[in-house]
Design a protein around this ligand. Structure first.
Ligand code: ACO
Length: 183
């Protein structure tokens, strides 16, 4: 499994993975906006599939293990992180800071450390390329796996609870991590 920066050619596969893994979904143009505006901030984890080559060009196919593969010229995306810098002119805090829009890992590739690696790459790039002083994100109160990842593995802190943040009415933790470039 390889981790690399996401490109415009990956956005369809990233959207497919997102649709599989999360109820918060976005239009393709929103992925494009991320990649074009902050190309260093989004990453994908990819692997090559061993199934019949005839099937693998830019199509969604079932792989023999039964999970759904997302194919991009034989390379499939098994995880992604979509990151951005805060660019809302009305945002209260004018300190440059990053935001994790979405993170997910296909089911059969979980607990391998991919999410943590993707997050660390994105956080480093936000700090290094865009001078982000901190990074923020939202996560469902019920999302145990993601909460463990953010709080325990990556040392994010809860800043507040945003009531009914999600469309189904669930509350979100707003979380934040201060970024510092290591010497
Ligand atoms: N239960 C408890 N802790 C977990 C779990 C779990 N099921 N999964 C991950 N963790 C924690 C652990 O602390 C783990 O460290 P450890 O393995 O040393 O104990 C740490 O996270 C790192 O685990 P990774 O292997 O890097 O995480 P993974 O690649 O499995 O991805 C993720 C975690 C992204 C939450 C995955 O389960 C997933 O895709 N879930 C569905 C989508 C989702 O919830 N995305 C996040 C939404 S919030 C947002 O997008 C801003």
């Amino acid at each position: 499994i390889t981790i690399r920066q996401a490109t415009i050619n990956d956005i369809q596969a990233m959207q497919n993975a997102n649709l599989h893994n999360l109820p918060e979904n976005y239009q393709l143009k929103y992925y494009m906006y991320h990649i074009l505006s902050w190309p260093q901030a989004s990453f994908v984890a990819t692997t090559y599939d061993t199934i019949d080559e005839d099937d693998v060009f830019d199509e969604e196919v079932e792989n023999p293990k039964g999970d759904t593969a997302y194919i991009n010229k034989g390379e499939k995306i098994v995880a992604y992180v979509l990151g951005k810098m805060e660019d809302d002119p009305d945002a209260e805090d004018k300190t440059p800071h990053g935001h994790i829009t979405s993170l997910s890992v296909m089911r059969t590739y979980r607990r391998l450390g991919l999410a943590e690696k993707l997050m660390r790459q994105s956080l480093y790039a936000m700090c290094e390329s865009f001078g982000a002083k901190y990074v923020s994100l939202h996560v469902r109160l019920s999302n145990r796996a993601a909460l463990h990842l953010y709080r325990d593995s990556l040392s994010f802190e809860n800043t507040s609870i945003e009531k009914s943040y999600y469309q189904d009415g669930e509350d979100a933790y707003a979380m934040k991590k201060v970024l510092e470039l290591e010497e």
